[in-house]
Ligand binder design. Structure first.
Ligand code: GTP
Ligand code: ZN
Length: 353
């Protein structure tokens, strides 16, 4: 398979990730004169689209529906927006500071790899939370347990995860090892759209880099050659994988962490949250305080210790992931600044300043 496929070039619908289920949404006119396009990037005022004729840009207009990377749309022969095709799957989250506005993160992903490392990050409750998110988005998920090379009870841990659900697909890998990562290629076949999620440091970037490397090409990564043969980081969010699959990688997808699941935690542990409202002190830590309704429920057997521990743990993780998110944003900002500085420096040099 050619690893130099680039979404800016003309590609077949199948190569762009078209699935047979979308076919039934097409009209005769679509076949005859309209253009089928997939959104490959979402910019401030436009979308980048991939089509069978090559890349297009579509200005964002207020009478278009809310759309996101991965969406399939129909344009007329003059490349004007006609309609959005019904989605197979959608990741969304509530916009910060708002209770109603939804932000769309990605659409029409076939498989999400939930990446969890076999060392520090290994946590069944977290896996359950990610599964809740992928189920919500209606996406098939595969649990990828990384750092198998650093773990001496891989089998036992895989079994623990399998106990959550006998139907769950689980792969353990060493993300740095090309051969080990090959098992994931079963989900990255021609036209399959995949994405990665998981906490910071579990090995998502490493996995992506290893998977993007074909045997004959060392560059890997989500970089593409510009006309001068240099590597430039593309602003596109969909990338062709050596095996024919499409990788959907956006900051939004990477940031989809437990921090976005506060509601989910409250909902899952609504019994405990109800108890906390009955504690004598509003800032009760539910440890040794007098009049603690949570401790009382523990003593009476109404509440299981395991469940309480899990709840407190998820709350702590949420706080930690929230911090990581802020740190990540600062990091990206810094990178952007550095990149701009390098660019302006090289421009100055060219001008002979
Ligand atoms: N030994 C070993 N190290 C790994 C493995 N996967 C990742 N690492 C290392 O773990 C560190 C973190 O990996 P990353 O790929 O940056 O993790 P990430 O999930 O992309 O992290 P963020 O970019 O913060 O979201 C790096 O030093 C990797 O080399 C693995 O399977 N085995
Ligand atoms: Zn209490």
């Amino acid at each position: 398979m050619n690893s130099n496929l680039n979404l800016s070039h003309p590609m077949s619908l199948q190569q762009l990730g078209w699935q047979p289920v979308f076919q039934q949404q097409l009209t005769l006119e679509d076949y005859e004169s309209n253009v089928i396009a997939r959104i490959t990037a979402h910019h401030r005022s436009s979308y980048t689209l991939a089509t069978e004729q090559g890349e297009l840009s579509l200005p964002i207009h207020q009478n278009q529906p809310l759309m996101t990377v991965g969406d399939w749309i129909i344009l007329d022969a003059n490349q004007q927006f006609l309609r959005l095709l019904d989605r197979q799957s959608l990741f969304s989250r509530k916009a910060a500071g708002s209770k109603v506005a939804e932000q769309y993160i990605s659409a029409n992903i076939d498989t999400v790899f939930i990446v969890v490392s076999l060392n520090n990050d290994f946590n069944l409750s977290r896996i359950e939370r990610y599964l809740a998110m992928t189920n919500e988005a209606q996406v098939e998920s595969v649990i990828v347990l990384t750092k198998a090379d650093l773990c001496d009870d891989v089998e036992a841990k895989c079994q623990q995860v399998q106990n959550l659900d006998p139907m769950l697909m689980i792969e353990s890998v060493n993300s740095l090892d090309h051969t080990s990562v090959q098992t994931l290629n079963a989900w990255c076949k021609l036209g399959q759209t995949v994405a990665f999620m998981g906490s910071s440091g579990v090995g998502k970037s490493t996995l992506v880099n290893t998977l993007m490397q074909s045997d004959d090409q060392e560059t890997g990564g989500i970089r593409e050659d510009d006309s001068k043969g240099r590597h430039t980081t593309t602003s596109r969010s969909l990338h062709c994988m050596p095996n024919g699959g499409l990788l959907l990688d956006t900051p939004g997808m990477r940031e989809l962490q437990l921090a976005d699941c506060a509601d989910g935690v409250s909902e899952t542990f609504s019994d405990i949250e109800a108890l906390t409202k009955q504690c004598r002190f509003s800032d009760c830590q539910h440890q040794t305080e007098p009049g603690c309704a949570v401790q009382k429920a523990l003593e009476s057997g109404e509440l299981e210790q395991r469940r309480l521990s899990n709840y407190l743990k998820l709350l702590r993780e949420q706080a930690r992931n929230g911090a990581t998110l802020a740190q990540q944003r600062a990091h990206y900002k810094q990178l952007g600044k550095m990149y701009r500085n390098v660019q302006s420096e090289s421009r100055s040099r060219k001008k002979g300043f």
